[in-house]
Design a protein around this ligand. Sequence first.
Ligand SMILES: *Cc1c(COP(=O)(O)O)cnc(C)c1O
Length: 203
Amino acid sequence: MSKTFALDCVRVAAAAGQVDFGENRVQEALPKCAEGRDLDARWHLIGHLQKNKARKVVGPFAWIHSVDGCELLDRLERAAADEGTRPLLLIQVDLAGEDTKHGAPPAQLLRIFEAAAACRAVEVKGLMLIPPYEDDPERTRPYFRRLREVRDDLVAQGVNRSMLTELSMGMSHDFEVAVAEGATMVRVGTAIFGARPVPAAAR
Ligand SMILES: *Cc1c(COP(=O)(O)O)cnc(C)c1O
């Protein structure tokens, strides 16, 4: 996760062989993607995406982890078709029922995957989870396990496996537990780039 870090940091990581870089704010990421065009980098959008920004992200981002409903999916499909791009998408799932968090409730997933099966420009590849924060990764393990079970349930209900190959879950302090529970993509920021500068508003 290169969010909050300048492109110079991305360049150092890219020179060391890192290819995938995650950003959570469209506004901050777009100039970085543009300036870093010379790099062999694959950009991932992991933060909430407003529908009206769909058109801006389907080019720069190879992966969009934060699709949480049919309407956003449809916007991305139309934007990608218009732009001639083929972004890969993950459906963000809300397992905790936290109103403050984004993500689709599990009950809506089948409908979203039915819509995804009809998409021709974008391709849905799996699920993404941001669980409630716990210092002890063992307390997060049940959420990781639940996302895997949700994936298995969708396959059992007939969703094509090719749309469910990825589970994006786990960050610096809990990625080992996430991998043990089936993560195929971990989103590691601090453990690679160091502590992020604290935004002025949070000081
Ligand atoms: C910032 C961020 C991460 C990385 O967190 P670290 O603790 O720095 O590894 C992972 N996932 C999401 C959605 C993030 O916003």
